[in-house]
Design a protein around this ligand. Structure first.
Ligand code: ADP
Length: 237
């Protein structure tokens, strides 16, 4: 059965969707069957990042409400081979944990990994993803707001009995060092006991390729970081 991994953050815009798609692409490249579910209600971005903009007919709310079979909602990424996607609706929907659990139980037989890209914050998508996932990746950027909100998200996960939480620090670049955020990040490993599993650099190539819906070039530092992240996750299985 699939390992279900939720990709969460406290603050919005830390790169959750970007990390979900690129991690998914590297797991798929390793020969794994990967489904990425975007649970971010009211915002849709994984289709663009995965080069599949305009291909979505049915979204995750159609599936959860029983308007269509889950298989009909799947779109294959044209740029990342082996990565399947189900997009979020444009309109804010309600995600019931029990509905999601029932759905992922059915899906789990068909995949090695199901990645759940949750909405920012601690609302219904976060709560529902917590119920179905075995692992949580907390995506933070090295700035005080993202760190604080990430702490809060980690606390909610731990209070919910979730133990398998890992930290991905995204957009690490020269300005990170100017701001002294490295020290904050280092201490975050103690305060919330979140183990670091990946560091993704600030990358103009990533920004450009995701905006254009193209594959991230392999000769980039960001590509290497995602490949490493995927390898570490595969190593934990
Ligand atoms: P979220 O899903 O957390 O809202 P996104 O994945 O949509 O965040 O990313 C927010 C913005 O930041 C996007 O424009 C994305 O291209 C950019 N971005 C994310 N990660 C990086 C990175 N490592 N380097 C450069 N830009 C990035």
């Amino acid at each position: 059965a699939a390992q279900i991994i939720m990709v969460a953050s406290g603050k919005g815009g830390t790169g959750k969707s970007t990390v979900s798609v690129l991690l998914g692409s590297r797991l798929a490249a390793a020969g794994k069957k990967v489904l990425l579910i975007e649970l971010d209600s009211g915002l849709r971005s994984v289709d663009i990042i995965a080069g599949a903009a305009g291909r979505t007919v049915y979204d995750i709310s159609d599936v959860l409400c029983g308007r269509c079979d889950w298989r009909k909602a799947i779109v294959e990424s044209p740029v990342y081979k082996g990565l399947s996607l189900i997009s979020a609706p444009y309109e804010r929907g309600n995600v019931q944990p029990q509905q999601l659990a029932k759905l992922t139980r059915k899906m789990a037989k068909h995949y090695d990994f199901i990645l759940v890209d949750t909405a920012a914050g601690l609302g219904a998508p976060f709560a529902a993803a917590m119920v179905v996932s075995q692992m949580a990746l907390l995506v933070l950027t090295p700035d005080p707001v993202a760190l604080r909100d990430g702490h809060i998200a980690a606390d909610v996960l731990y209070e919910g009995g979730f133990t398998n939480v890992r930290l991905v620090v995204n957009r690490v670049g020269p300005s990170t060092f100017d701001k002294g955020a490295v020290a904050d990040l280092d201490e975050c490993i103690d305060t919330v006991a979140v183990q670091l599993i990946g560091v993704i650099p600030e990358s103009a190539a990533l920004l450009k390729s995701t905006a254009a819906g193209e594959a991230l070039p392999e000769n980039t530092l960001a590509w290497r970081a995602f490949d490493n992240l995927a390898r570490r996750i595969l190593g934990q299985q």
